[in-house]
Design a protein around this ligand. Structure first.
Ligand SMILES: Nc1ncnc2c1ncn2[C@@H]1O[C@H](COP(=O)(O)OP(=O)(O)OP(=O)(O)O)[C@@H](O)[C@H]1O
Ligand SMILES: [Mg+2]
Length: 160
C-alpha cells in the first residue's frame, strides 16, 4: 500500500507536478514521499515564503514515525526551524534533520552548526531554501519545487 502510493506520487511529481489544495493535503504528500526515504536521503525544498515546505516536512516526519508499529512511537511536532537552525526528530524509522537556510547568513554559518556531519549521519536531511547556498547541497539530492497557485500549491520534482 505504502509503496504504491510512493511510486504513484513520485510519478505525478515528475510529470505535471502535484496540485495540493490544503495544508492537510501537503502533509499527506510528505507522508507518501517519506515511504521511499532511506539513510542518507537529502531533500531540498525550494519555493517562496509560505509555499508549504514546512507542512511537507511535517508529513515526512509523520511518515517516518508511521512506519514504526502503526505510530506506537507517537508523532513528532514539526515547527519551522527558523530560530533553532536545525530541528532533529529521533525515534522514527530514520532520524530526520530539518534545516532552513532562510535566516542563515553565510555558508560558514551553516557549516558551523555541523551541516557536513548531519549529511554523514544515517538519517534524512530536509532543507528549506536550498537555493540560497547551492554549493552546500550534495549531488545526490531529491530537489522539489513549491509554488503558489491561487490558494493552492504546485509541487514538482526538479531532479533526483
Ligand atoms: N497546499 C496548501 N494549500 C493551501 N495552504 C497551504 C498549503 N500548504 C501550506 N499551506 C499554508 O501556507 C502557510 C505556510 O506554510 P508553510 O509554513 O509550510 O510554508 P513554508 O514554505 O515553509 O514557508 P517559509 O518559506 O516561510 O518557511 C501555512 O499557513 C499553511 O497552512
Ligand atoms: Mg518553512
Amino acid at each position: 500500500m505504502k509503496t504504491d502510493s510512493y511510486s504513484e506520487r513520485m510519478a505525478q511529481l515528475t510529470e505535471a507536478g502535484v496540485r495540493v489544495d490544503s495544508p492537510e493535503a501537503m502533509i499527506s504528500l510528505g507522508r507518501d514521499v517519506a515511504a521511499g526515504l532511506h539513510a542518507g536521503s537529502v531533500l531540498a525544498l525550494q519555493g517562496g515564503l509560505g509555499a508549504g515546505k514546512t507542512h511537507f516536512t511535517k508529513g515526512i516526519a509523520q511518515g517516518l514515525f508511521d512506519d514504526l508499529a502503526d505510530g506506537l512511537g507517537g508523532s513528532p511536532e514539526v515547527t519551522s526551524p527558523t530560530f533553532t537552525l536545525v530541528h532533529e526528530y529521533q525515534g522514527g524509522r530514520l532520524p530526520l534533520y530539518h534545516f532552513d537556510f532562510y535566516r542563515m547568513g553565510s555558508e560558514e554559518e551553516v557549516l558551523r552548526i555541523g551541516w557536513d556531519e548531519y549529511l554523514d549521519e544515517d538519517g534524512v536531511v530536509v532543507v528549506e531554501w536550498p537555493d540560497k547556498f547551492p554549493d552546500l547541497i550534495p549531488a545526490q539530492v531529491t530537489w522539489l519545487s513549491f509554488e503558489h497557485d491561487d490558494g493552492a500549491r504546485i509541487v514538482k520534482l526538479l531532479h533526483s
